[in-house]
Design a binder for this molecule. Structure first.
Ligand code: PSU
Ligand code: MN
Length: 308
């Protein structure tokens, strides 16, 4: 096994025994949600993965060590860095070697988590939202989109926020060879809200159908990933207009303050929580748990198909 990786004993055992696993990212903990919602959500996502029948493996770098599976103290450590933005680097593809070489702390984004999950031999990964093309900044294209085109991991998310330019994001995914799958939906979810007005490329309704798609991609020898999108649960989702209004205002303010690059997504998320009096936080937490559970059921179906 890869000497770079430090496995949680439970994750190590699951890998050895061919049991279903689901990777989870850490940027959502350090940069996506405020304390203590961040650590509570991280724990409840792990619980949701277990409820779906798989073992969770949250991925992060702590003092230069790449961890696959975190214990409670490590989750708490990341969640409570005194100004997380200053001390824990948000790690996309370009950042991983820097943080390892310098012995720093790093939280992995969707792109960063995909790379580490693949190194670890984990095929499923659940998160909230993927990055995309920023509205009004057509060259600020998240590395998540190219990673989906080059790393064979399946990402279960609630699409991308309407903070982003969703039609442009879809175009870039297509260029990278990534189909957008709707899980029990015909429409691309827009993160906080269930609909974006954009159709998905294909709809799948069961874990077995998702597993069949992953197996076909593997048999073709494609190195690309698979993007499965699932809407936020109806009882916690925000209305499209409500989400849109808060996002539009936050985006305007970010531009006025000159916030861009990796700081953009965390800043916008924080501002939207304020503008919606916490409603967006409720939606965010609910969709993260839901995606964890769905990814686990797909991991179970994939493990069953392997053992045939
Ligand atoms: N979208 C969210 N919450 C998040 C992120 C995106 O709703 O926490 C994080 C994810 O880790 C994602 C990253 O991979 O932001 C994208 O950042 P950028 O646009 O800088 O690539
Ligand atoms: Mn960016």
């Amino acid at each position: 096994m890869n000497h770079l990786l430090h496995f949680h004993p439970e994750v190590q055992a699951a890998l050895t025994n061919g049991e279903p696993l689901v990777a989870l990212e850490s940027t959502v903990i350090t940069h996506g949600l405020p304390y203590p919602s961040n650590v509570e959500t991280a724990v409840s996502m792990e619980t949701a993965v277990r409820a779906g029948g798989a073992i969770p493996a949250t991925i992060a770098i702590i003092r230069g060590q790449l961890h696959v599976g975190l214990n409670r103290d490590q989750l708490e450590y990341l969640a409570t860095r005194p100004d997380a933005n200053a001390y824990v680097r948000k790690c996309s593809r370009r950042d991983l070697p820097l943080v390892l070489a310098r012995g720093e702390d790093g939280a992995t984004t969707v792109a960063g988590t995909m790379i580490v999950a693949h190194l670890a031999g984990i095929e499923l990964f659940a998160t909230g939202g993927i990055g995309g093309v920023h509205r009004g900044h057509p060259f600020d294209v998240s590395a998540d989109l190219s990673e989906l085109g080059r790393t064979p991991v399946t990402v279960v998310s609630s699409g991308a926020k309407s903070i982003l330019d969703l039609p442009a994001t879809r175009e870039v995914l297509e260029t990278n060879g990534v189909a957008v799958i709707g899980y029990q939906t015909d429409e691309l979810p827009a993160f906080f809200s269930r609909s974006s007005g954009l159709a998905v490329d294909a709809r799948l309704d069961t874990p077995a159908e998702a597993a069949a798609l992953i197996i076909a991609r593997r048999e073709l020898g494609l190195q690309s990933g698979t993007l499965i999108t699932a809407p936020a649960p109806a009882e916690a989702a925000m209305g499209e207009d409500e989400a849109e209004a808060a996002i539009a205002q936050a985006t305007r303010e970010a531009d006025e303050h000159g916030i861009h690059g990796p700081a953009a997504t965390p800043w916008l998320l924080r501002r939207v929580v304020e503008l919606t009096n916490g409603r967006s936080l409720q939606a965010n937490t609910a969709l993260l748990q839901n995606n964890g559970r769905i990814a686990a059921t797909v991991a179970v179906a994939l493990a069953a198909a392997k053992n045939l």
